[in-house]
Design a binder for this molecule. Sequence first.
Ligand SMILES: Cc1ncc(COP(=O)(O)O)c(C=O)c1O
Length: 406
Amino acid sequence: MTPPLAATSSLTRPADRLAAIVPSRIRVVFDLAAELEARGHRVIHLEMGRPDFDTPQVVKDAAGAALAAGRVHYGPNAGSWQLRAAVAATLAACGGPRYDPGSEILVTIGASEAVFLAVMAFCDPGDEVIVPVPAWPAYEACVRLAGATPVFLPLDPDDDHVLDPARVRRLLTPRTRMVVACTPHNPTGAVVDPGRLAHLAGILRGSRVLVLADEIYRELVYDGTRHVPVATVADLAERTITVGGFAKAYAMDGWRLGWLAGPAPLVAPALRVRQFTTTCPPTFLQDAAIVALRDTATEREQMRRAFAARRAAALELLGRQRILRVGRPSGAFYLYLTYPEQLGPADDFTLRLLEDEHVAVVPGIAFDPTGRGRHAIRVSYAASMDDVQEGIRRLIDYATARADGA
Ligand SMILES: Cc1ncc(COP(=O)(O)O)c(C=O)c1O
């Protein structure tokens, strides 16, 4: 008798590479918040990783016009030439390197795709990628999907969670292929200064280590902090793949548009991955994205100022207490708060805060697989000023009561 081709039990078995890919811990918070709202409660949303603003009207109008004009067909794999040129011009105007739109820029489906393409294009099984944590969870997931190994570098709360190149040096091995540098940083708001980047350049000089510079929050910096593009420091340009996008500073997260930029030999392999995954970004959205880059400076500055005011209000409230530690977050729209162990694990802390006080925040474990996130939460101030202030007040009262009861 012919044996079956495969046992029935293996029919639905996912690929091994998915074994370490777990659903995001942020989901649990979203689901419970939705349930509370369905029961009629008003939840204060400080868990959001996106602006609470609408996309500027000129951009929406441009998308409508492009759609009406029949811009509905496939475009070039790398993204429309005009948008690549606009991205290159924007990066140069903001003090970045002058990239050639023809060979050094890809328009991607959000910064998410840019990160995925960069990792897939350069990381093999056995390669190591240094991921400073806490971190946006997709770095670890992409590295694992590529079959490579994430090596976690703990960011120090006593150093405001700013990347310390000396720690990178300690983790380097002959297998290191990439270092992630996210600045401004999600979830801590930390901004890496040029001195540290120069130090990093010196450490990596002569190695085969690439830098994945995630600069999606580059425009969202406060209190006179300056964002310095990683690729502009010392000789980092030759090894740096920069990713960015429209989701945060442009309030266009749902448009799913971003970019990847770097020297042509680093961009061409990413394009090869893209050719057989998403093919190209939506054509009519790319037309509108040109308008977003060119004609929305006023709206973007208004949004940045609103974030700055909410950040200041949140820090002012937090400055009056000692239980939740915040450090000096200079960018993005997050505060990463650490607290004493006796207040209990972050997943319980966040769920009870949501159930009892109707304030949604994200547990630190969502960003830190090393366990150091067990006593930390991420608070987003991409919410109205009233919600930020009321949410932080409730959070402080809740943490104080938990500390008193501990
Ligand atoms: C650091 C960081 N990089 C990339 C992304 C993904 O951005 P996009 O929505 O453009 O894919 C996010 C989203 O939260 C992020 O926080």
